[in-house]
Design a protein around this ligand. Structure first.
Ligand code: DON
Length: 304
């Protein structure tokens, strides 16, 4: 084992005994997750992947899809067009809050559900299939391998997605969504249901860390300007109503998801990701946060 993998292994085993929190309960398929899964991965500038724990275990990407779909919307539509439909301010509210700006009806930011649904509605394409083709291609390029949708989780999300549908109807009432609400919201449910491993998330994170260039495949996925915009929004809004405290403690742009994934980006240095399904009251993974806090302290990763 090389020294960095050995260090990751030590950090993982230090954190393993923490057993606070529980898997997300509001989507039946997520509630069935094995709470003891645990994994950590890091990808450096030359694209070397180091991963420990349940490295091949697949889980749905959930909200971690949001910054990457934002990247595609920025690439396809430009920053001004995106900002007309969704803001860039932390909401300080839970991920499923209404969080619409008074007057304009713009969602606070693209990381809360309302903002993510507005962002998915900006992806070009006539129907869900067209838009998903772009999203699957784009997110697969970030990950460096072909991703696909877990149809069972998608069906579970769609069957229990009344709150997200309500948010989407509100967005349409304000003219934020101009086309079909159903297409926007089903696209969003499908993007959340893409399967990834902790390794995939670390490669996706590294692609943002290296200005949109995937260090494993060498592919330019988005421009440096797009990668920078996405990281800026992740820094202020990526951890929902824990974003401020996260920036204080760990000091890196990050994004979490309700299946227990978490990625953080050390610009120009590395991408890192962790996975553990037990969540705290914000919907963030307890042990993934603990892993990144510990790594951050050992590596001195805080940007500020
Ligand atoms: O919108 C939802 O309910 C989920 N499909 C995704 C939310 C999510 O991951 C929020 N994260 N903590």
């Amino acid at each position: 084992m090389d020294p960095i993998t050995a260090l990751l292994h030590d950090v993982l085993e230090d954190i393993r005994p923490h057993d606070d929190g529980a898997p997300a309960g509001y989507i039946p398929e997520l509630a069935a997750a094995d709470p003891d899964r645990l994994a950590l991965a890091v990808v450096g500038p030359r694209g070397r992947v180091r991963a420990v724990g349940d490295v091949t275990h697949e889980f749905t990407i959930q909200s971690i899809s949001k910054p990457f779909v934002l990247a595609l919307a920025l690439a396809d539509r430009g920053r001004d067009a995106v900002l007309r439909k969704v803001g860039a301010e932390p909401s300080g509210e839970p991920f499923n809050a209404i969080s619409l700006e008074p007057g304009t009806g713009r969602p606070a930011n693209p990381m809360v559900n309302a903002g993510a649904i507005a962002t998915s509605a900006l992806i070009p394409g006539d129907g869900v299939d067209d838009r998903m083709t772009r999203i699957v291609e784009g997110l697969s390029a970030f990950a460096g391998r072909s991703l696909w949708v877990d149809e069972q989780v998608y069906a579970s999300e769609s069957a229990t997605g009344d709150r997200n549908r309500a948010l989407a109807h509100l967005l349409r009432s304000h003219g934020i969504i101009e086309g079909s609400v159903e297409i926007a919201v089903e696209t969003y449910f499908r993007q959340c249901s893409l399967l990834v491993t902790v390794r995939d998330l670390a490669v996706m994170s590294a692609t943002l860390a290296f200005g949109g260039l995937n260090p494993v495949t060498g592919e330019r996925v988005v421009s440096e300007a797009v990668a920078r915009d996405v990281l800026s929004i992740m820094a202020s809004c990526g951890m929902y109503d824990y974003s401020g405290e996260w920036l204080l403690r760990v000091g890196l742009p990050a994004k979490s998801g309700v299946s227990g994934g978490l990625l953080a980006v050390a610009p120009s240095q590395f991408g890192v990701a962790a996975f553990s399904p037990r969540l705290d009251e914000h919907g963030n993974s307890v042990r993934a946060i603990a892993l990144l806090e510990t790594l951050g302290e050992r590596f001195g990763m805080h940007l500020l």
